[in-house]
Design a protein around this ligand. Sequence first.
Ligand code: ARG
Length: 420
Amino acid sequence: MTTATQNTDPIVLAFSGGLDTSVSIGWIKNATGRDVIAVAVDVGQGGEDLEVIRQRALDCGARDAYVADAREEFARDYCMPALHANALYQGAYPLVSALSRPVIVKHLVAAARRFRATTVAHGCTGKGNDQVRFEVGITSIAPDLTCLSPVRDLALTREKSIDYAEAHRLPIETTKSNPFSVDQNVWGRAVETGYLEDPWTEPTKDVYTYTDDPAFPPLPDEVTITFEAGTPVAIDGIPVTPLEAIEQMNRRAGAQGIGRIDIIEDRLVGIKSREIYEAPGAMALLEAHRELERLTLEREQARFKPTIENRWADLVYDGQWFSPLKSSLDAFIEDTQRFVSGEIRMVLHGGRTTVTGRQSQTSLYDFNLATYDEGDTFDQSHARGFIEIVGLSTKLAARREAAHGHDPVAARPPEVSAKG
Ligand code: ARG
């Protein structure tokens, strides 16, 4: 029975086409009495045809369903900033899932406006980072919306999903038990759960789909990547969009088994988890970009930037893509990219990327300063006074030690023994 005050607005659901979000459509309708609009966002995850996924949402009872093609947008506005930021969470994880959540959020909010919905639902559990990224993301750009997680808030467990799908004859595979939880997009692929939850267990071959075994590589593949202001614009001289650059490098670096990552990671919710990633294109592009920065960033800028990069990666990991601090850090990072233009040549082979050459019109490398051959323009007579001043404060401190009868080296605190 509906009362006058009951909310009858439709609910926008982030739809992946998998078992849980398919069951969520009917589950939400039963629990709330409200219609569901299913929105699938294409971030280059590949796999199933998105038209099939859209039809499945309708067959599962969605009032409306559509697919938003966000591939170019994701590559340009999400992956490229991550490349400029050399973004690796905990020094290892290129933020694959974390980067896709904000672009999905943008499309969910657009759908909510279009269908006059006040609630947005997602299929995340209550234990991971993605629930935080969706909900903090949504309320960061649409503070009037509320969020719902059927798995977490409406007690939709995996077993209930399977039973529900079978009882309602939903058009989704429930028997084939995929042991892994996978999230993938053009920037990479994340695999967790199943036997991988034992951190000692070695991943089997079936874990990987973006990369071939690096132990049996094809012949070495030499590639030249041209960057403009930190963004790849050509590969081997042929112009590419950001999306094409990532896709091509996924193929070429993937064939060489580059970009496999197996780590223990600290989730925002405090849990340590074992994660497998493969991000061949991202890891190869990050390597090339970092090398071009070594050639083009001024020394102090280069020394300071990693501090900002780490904070940027933490913020994005933590679901703060739309936060004021992230936006301020973006301004810093983009400013550093003005002269990050030029070419990197590298060889992809057997799981490794090896840079073999770099050149740039905006390079700070000055051959005449660097050379040890004839014709060097560096005035070595300046070095003497420079060293005098650089070493002055430490020299004064050493004199003081000596004046008190201490040997400056022996005056250090005693070493702590590990044996205690
Ligand atoms: N741990 C990674 C992250 O938080 C990957 C999450 C992957 N999500 C998934 N549903 N399998 O970004």
